[in-house]
Design a protein around this ligand. Structure first.
Ligand SMILES: Cc1cc2nc3c(=O)[nH]c(=O)nc-3n(C[C@H](O)[C@H](O)[C@H](O)COP(=O)(O)OP(=O)(O)OC[C@H]3O[C@@H](n4cnc5c(N)ncnc54)[C@H](O)[C@@H]3O)c2cc1C
Length: 372
């Protein structure tokens, strides 16, 4: 069997892997990217038309710099590809004031967001209820509501971002194997032997960006630290003439005390629908066990608990759904670790449901960690 040899192999070409491969290609490193499917695809955590990006990330102040740097990289990618990856719409974070509202594992998400914006020079405002209701009448807010607005927030096209980074990497001569599942990775002296279907590769360094499937490779107790949680995206029909959804910012709204008491959404891209979702923390063992069907009952429940009485300007008509999943750590932090203490083998968790906006800079960070 012929054994190919590379300096770096990136396993998994979703948000983080495609960014890592692009950064390696920019530096002229001999690299190979491998994915079990044909990225961008709809089976991992990086599909579904749009992802929110915002700078004052309440999940952790240390992530603000990553989000800011990612915006610079998206702009660079837009120039190189002549494609629009990021759209700035502004963004609002609504908190109904039912305490304690936590999100992504942290208490006081709204207050943290505001504090990080102040600390990190993120352009923002706090709106009073009168102004918020005037500007955004679609949200049926209680008198206790708090409203944070951020200028640079907006949305990304995730599939396009992945495709663009892979295309650019390919153009620089970086090798990409798709529909190729990595079966095993073993250290062999100063290198790693990677088994892919019926082929073998030798690599000096490995980055494992396999999303939720990273669990297939992790030993205990790391494996136990990651939870796979199914999420559903919904496209609802617009009730014409009620809300001008096309001019809306991206939005997030914590309306109750539990982490699930949360909805978020996007401006309408087509003038006919808006995409919105909630969050679920029901765990499945593995991404391959995910139920991809969204039943009528589930849709009905979504309408009743997440939309009715909260939003004006949408019809009780769900036109499309898509199933995706989060890979969560308990405190919503990203895990970037050496595998078994070897600095040449990094693994990355799929970023706890808030990683897309950071992925471009995370790819750059990983490449720096490898010494490039
Ligand atoms: C519904 C939903 C909404 C979200 N909203 C936001 C948002 O608004 N803003 C935000 O910033 N983030 C958001 N996120 C989080 C963000 O999308 C994820 O953190 C990010 O996309 C994860 O990317 P990844 O590269 O780690 O994983 P993935 O994109 O899943 O990529 C992993 C890749 O590894 C491949 N792979 C796995 N195993 C193997 C193997 N053995 N061999 C070869 N290839 C393999 C897979 O095929 C896959 O392509 C959301 C996530 C979801 C699910």
């Amino acid at each position: 069997m012929e054994t190919a040899s590379y300096d770096v192999v990136v396993v998994g070409l979703g948000a983080v892997g495609s960014a890592t491969l692009y950064q390696l290609s920019k530096r002229g490193i001999s690299a190979l990217g491998i994915d079990q499917f044909e990225p961008p695809h709809t089976l991992g955590s990086s599909h579904g038309e749009t992802r929110i990006t915002r700078l004052a990330v309440g999940e952790g102040e240390e992530y603000v710099a990553l989000a800011k740097r990612s915006h610079e990289i998206w702009s660079e990618l837009e120039v190189l590809s002549v494609k629009k990856i990021r759209t700035k719409t502004g963004g609002i974070l609504l908190d109904s004031g039912v305490n304690p509202w936590s999100k992504h594992g942290v208490e006081g998400f709204w207050e943290r967001t505001l504090r990080y914006a102040q600390n990190q020079q993120v352009s923002h405002r706090v709106l009073d209820l009168v102004e918020a209701t005037e500007n955004y009448p679609a949200f049926q807010l209680p008198p206790s509501a708090k409203v944070y607005w951020e200028e640079e927030a907006g949305y990304l096209f995730p599939e396009l971002a992945i495709e663009t980074q892979l295309d650019l990497a390919k153009k620089q001569g970086t090798a990409i194997w798709t529909s190729s599942k990595v079966k095993s990775i073993q250290s062999e002296g100063a290198q790693f032997r990677i088994q892919v279907e019926d082929k073998e590769i030798l690599a000096k360094q490995v980055v494992l960006t396999a999303g939720g499937w990273v669990k297939d490779f992790l030993p205990m107790p790391s494996k136990k630290r990651l939870s796979i949680c199914r999420q559903v995206l919904y496209w609802l029909a617009i009730d014409e003439g009620v809300t001008d959804w096309q001019r809306y910012p991206v939005w997030m709204w914590g309306y109750g005390a539990a982490p699930e008491d949360f909805i978020y959404g996007f401006p309408s891209l087509d003038g006919k629908t808006i995409k919105m979702a909630s969050e679920s923390f029901v765990e499945v063992e593995h991404p391959d066990q995910l139920n991809r069907e969204v039943t009528e009952e589930e849709q009905e429940l979504f309408w009743k608990t997440k939309v009715e009485g909260k939003l004006k300007g949408v019809k009780k008509q769900i036109l499309k759904t898509s199933v995706c999943f989060y890979t969560l750590t308990e405190d919503a932090r990203f895990l970037i670790e050496e595998m078994e203490g070897n600095p040449n083998f990094l693994w990355v968790s799929a970023c706890s449901g808030h990683g897309f906006k950071h992925s471009a800079a995370l790819g750059e960070d990983l490449v720096k960690r490898l010494g490039y």
